[in-house]
Ligand binder design. Sequence first.
Ligand SMILES: [Ca+2]
Ligand SMILES: [Ca+2]
Ligand SMILES: [Ca+2]
Ligand SMILES: [Ca+2]
Length: 624
Amino acid sequence: MPNESSSSRTSFKRALPKGNILPGQTASLSSFIPPKFITTCILVLCGAGLYAQPRLSRALRATRSSAIAYRLLGARDDFGVTFTDASRHAGFSSPIVYGGVEQKRYILETNGCGVAFIDYDNDGWMDALLLSGTRLEGFAPGKGPGSRLYHNNRDGTFTDVTAKSGLNRTGWASAVCVGDYDNDGYDDLFITYWGVNALYHNNGNGTFTDVTEKAGLPVTGVRWGSGCTFIDYDRDGRLDLFVANYLKFDLAGVPEPGKGPNCLWKGVAVNCGPKGLPTDTNLLYHNNGDGTFTDVSGVSGVSRVKDRYPMTAVVTDYNNDGWPDIYVACDSTASILYRNNHDGTFTDVALESACAYSEDGQAQAGMGVATGDYNGDGYPDIFKTHFADDLPALYKNTGRGFFEDASREAGFDHTRYVQWGAGIVDLDNDGWPDIVIATGSVYPEVEKYFKEYPYRGPRLVFRNLGNGRFKDVTAECGPAVTAPHSSRGCAFGDFDNDGDIDLLVMNMNEPPQLLRNEYNSDRGRGANNWLTLKLIGTRSNRSAIGARILMESGGHKQLQEVTSQSSYYSHNDMRVHFGLGQAKKADRIEIRWPNGQAEMIKDVGCNQIAIVEEGRGIVRSQAH
Ligand SMILES: [Ca+2]
Ligand SMILES: [Ca+2]
Ligand SMILES: [Ca+2]
Ligand SMILES: [Ca+2]
């Protein structure tokens, strides 16, 4: 998050190489090559260009017309998506405690935490996990708030199963990531904290065991864990673990609000940071296959990246080489793209890949990250959320290992809301994934002076128009979406298995919101079809984290990857959900499993949740 001093932030120019030959080298090279050869080369290249031009525009026209055709298949022109607040009916009535209500003394109280849709008991229905913070003054022993786990009763209600579950830590939780690290068929949990992070093994009977110490993960210290993700970076079929650290936070060493150069926002005294507070480094743990992990942060090159304030971490194979990479949104500093070098090491290539800074080379307050293929070209794009007075980044993957910030051309603009959790999800099942953003300021003190920067904001919904542009349809989505809250984490998933994506939103010091998408509801099913796939790895990691699914229907392509963390510090429904428009089936589904094996499935009928097992295709369909 920026503060007053960062309004005059240093302009970071992108040090993009213009090509493989430096300007100084061009002259010396040309002096060795006969001018006639160069002229011939230029003529050949020009000829190729003239030939390529009409072919290229024909291809573009074809893509566009297929996009328009796909669009027209969508039948209705109104968005048709509204959300209702299903929280009360679900039983989510307890507030999520996170720091002071009217005033935030320290940055520790402001970042909030994530939520998860996780099917911990494998019954095919998404259960809900809500992380929690605490208060500076603390609570009486045994009275402190902690994470809460809710079991989905399949009728819109949930049962609080926290007491039985063994998820009993209290403290300042940040993020959650989910993955079956021991391949026993049950998804396990990792939760980061200011203090000691926790690895919970899912025992498969509704209980979890804190195995942090047994797994060889640190159980002492006061690092501030932020984003985390399970990732099988060496493709041995066992999930490894990446953990980011936000900054080094020591209550004794942080100035009071207003008492330092980084402690004012628009002239109002606010909590200090992150600028001015010491940075930390990130961690990578290799899974040894026996329930223990080895810290490989140094040898992997992960801890070589310094001077950042890392937040949400997402697995994505951005360059489509079959090896999972990690994108980390960083606050007020350059974001990180850890490219997997296939040999157990990573290199940060965010700068040369053009996804470190804004379009004009500014560091942004990167907090949330969504990945997905918004333009249907089969490459994963990145959407990153930022602070008020800034616009989010929509990094369009060019397919050549580079990104272009398409935020402005897509219709995103500066906003007065601080933006956190985000998803690239198809809300109306038309085959073009939409974008949702959770908002909320970090400074409750400011709205007294500036009404235009409220502490509580709406969830923002942007409809994908299928032509590279988005339209703000927030107001059409109903009062549950526009109701003001100071939100942070947000998980996306189909909790009622009716074929549309619902939302679970963390609100600071208020109950969470379960927003039910009414696109497919009792009042009549939406006009568009859908298909949901649950992937089960056999040789690959069982959660299939890192799998890449390319789906084609009616000539329209869509790509999704299975992730372990996304949005803001949160975990989405691991099943991948595709809108099919008016198409009745998916013509081709190409799955690249995390180990690298490809599998093709043809002609899969619409409106079902299909379970896919690695090497065996669709093994069954879940009734819904
Ligand atoms: Ca369940
Ligand atoms: Ca497990
Ligand atoms: Ca591994
Ligand atoms: Ca739903």
